[in-house]
Structures are given as C-alpha cells and as structure tokens.
Design a protein around this ligand. Structure first.
Ligand code: 13P
Ligand code: SF4
Length: 307
C-alpha cells in the first residue's frame, strides 16, 4: 500500500531526527502532523530546549528565524520562507536605528513578530503572552520604544499604566477586530466568555477592557483559559486556526469564531507538501549571519529568563 503524505512525514521525521513545531494558526493538517504546538513564546522555549538536530517550523518565517537565533547548532527549516507578517514587515533595522537616535536613552521593546535584524537592535523582546510582564519589569524614568504593534502597545499601556512611544504597525488580521464587533458578540452570546488576542484593534478600548466576560490572551493562553473554565461557550477573537485545537481538546464545548474572515494567509502557506520538501531535500534552511544572530539572541534570552 502507498504511504500517505502524513505517514511519509512521520517516517522521515524519525529517520532524520527531526521535530515539527506548529503554531495554532497553521492549517489543521499541519497542526495534526506536529510534535509540538504552541504560541510564539511556547514554541521559542521548545525550540531552545529540544534535543532534535533538525527543527521544521510550521509557522510564518519570523518564527523559524527566532528558532534559528536560539539554536545555532541545529538545522532550522522553514517550510514557507515566503510566509511574511504585516507586523514584521512594518519596521526594518535602519528605521529602528533612526527611531532610537531620536530617543537616545530609550529602552527598545520589540514584539517577537520582527526580523532578526530588528531584534539585533532591540533591548527586550516580548510576545503577547509576556508583554505586560516584560514592560512592567523595566526601570521607571526612561522612555520605552515599543514596536511594531500599536494595538498590543496600547493594551500594555492601559494595563500597566506605563507610557510608551508606539510604532505604528498592525497585524492586518487582528486590526479589523473593533470594539463594536466585541459588543455585538457580547450581545448575541451573553452566556459566553469572549477571548481576544491583544493584537486586536479593540485591545485598548476602555469598555472592552472593563467587561466581565472579556479576556485578553495569547493563543496558548486561550487554550489554558478554556481548560480551566466551567463555561460551555466561548467567542474566539483571533485567527480561526486556533479553533482546531479548541474543538479537538473540548468537543463538549461550543466555540464561535468572532468572524470567519479572521484568517492569516501567510500562516496557511505552510503545507504538508512543503514540510515533506524540508524532510526530503532540506528545503527552507534558515541562515542568519553570526553577528546578527548573537545580537538578536540577547533580547530573546532576556525575555525567556524573566519567566
Ligand atoms: P501568539 O504569540 O499568541 O501565538 O501570537 C502570534 C501571532 O502571530 C499572533 O498574530
Ligand atoms: Fe503576523 Fe498577524 Fe499573521 Fe500573526 S496573524 S503572523 S501577526 S499577520
């Protein structure tokens, strides 16, 4: 009998000592083929800790790059090297350098959704899971330059009370999530918890933040919330790929996507065929020049050590 593509991937993975990591926004069949799933923080930790010699990263390119920064002795393969991210594309190293020159005593906090070259110009990295903690740990009295997501930045300012300079970037998927959409969902589903990713445009809206049944989480945080909650119904205000694991882990609960249009096309560029190409031909190897890698590793390590 002919091997299916999933069976070939499983066999080659064993033979080559490779692991597959996948983000919750990756297509369902990619999530199902993965050894580990996670949010960007969790996947960075897994990449840093794995003993496997090869990491295939089922996510957008900056995620594979982050793994390559952390794992110089491993082969990191990106099945879809053309999978970009509107946030990572919104600031480059030269522009960040100019921003820093305008605030010479500033502390630069970059969201993990940035290129290696931007991370190399950064003091602290953060993800949606730890951004509040990272900013809360910074010394008072110095300007904080936060980028590139202005919605996440606005959310952190509201939650921590710290003032920051914000870069004007957005995630084009989450940017459409308005306070009005959340209020409408709350009206239609008064018995549901509403779980929102802080990249959403409503993340610093006072009324949304104050609502009893509204919670802001990274993707993995949403899964943890559901696991620990007695509720039966949840509105999911993030990329719809997240619903795959939620439904799989909790078939007895109801999950309602805030909008079926919340789809990251770049995440969907990762396919089983491309993962097979990584395993069979070593496609998509992530190479970062050593000086950039070493400088980019410092803000990521700082973040990982804060936990
Ligand atoms: P998480 O860190 O919550 O997984 O988010 C990553 C991301 O790209 C969200 O758009
Ligand atoms: Fe980037 Fe948004 Fe896609 Fe996440 S959902 S990878 S932030 S474009």
């Amino acid at each position: 009998m002919m091997e299916s593509i999933s069976e070939r991937i499983a066999r080659l993975k064993q033979e080559k000592g490779a692991v597959i990591l996948a983000h919750y926004y990756a297509p369902a069949e990619v999530q199902d083929a993965a050894d580990f799933l996670g949010d960007s923080l969790g996947l960075s930790r897994i990449a840093a800790g794995t003993k496997a010699g090869t990491i295939i990263f089922g996510g957008v390119h900056f995620m594979a790059e982050t793994a390559a920064i952390l794992c110089p002795d491993k082969t990191v393969l990106s099945p879809a090297p053309d999978a970009g991210c509107s946030l990572a594309d919104s600031i480059d190293a030269a522009t960040l350098r100019k921003w820093k020159e305008a605030h010479p005593d500033g502390i630069v906090v970059s969201y993990v959704n940035t290129t290696a070259a931007v991370k190399a110009q950064t003091d602290w990295c953060c993800t949606s899971a730890n951004a509040v903690k990272v900013v809360g740990s910074l010394p008072e009295g110095r300007p904080i330059l936060f980028g590139p997501d202005r919605h996440l930045g606005g959310h952190i300012m509201k939650v921590t009370g710290r003032k920051m300079e914000l870069w004007d970037g957005v995630c084009t998927v989450h940017d459409v999530i308005s306070p009005e959409m959340i209020r409408k969902a709350a009206g239609e589903h008064p018995d549901a918890d509403i779980l929102i990713h802080p990249e959403a445009a409503c993340s610093s809206d006072a009324e949304t933040l104050a609502a009893d049944n509204v919670f802001f989480y990274s993707t993995a945080g949403m899964l943890r919330h559901v696991a620990g909650s007695g509720r039966k119904k949840f509105v999911i205000a993030t990329e719809t790929g997240t619903l795959h694991q939620l439904v799989k882990e909790h078939p007895d609960r109801t999950f309602i996507p805030l909008s079926p249009g919340l789809v990251c096309r770049d995440m969907k560029k990762v396919t089983l065929e491309k993962i097979l190409g990584c395993l069979e031909h070593g496609d998509g190897r992530v190479i970062i020049d050593e000086e950039t890698r070493q400088r980019a590793m410092l803000p990521i390590r700082r973040m990982l050590e804060l936990e």
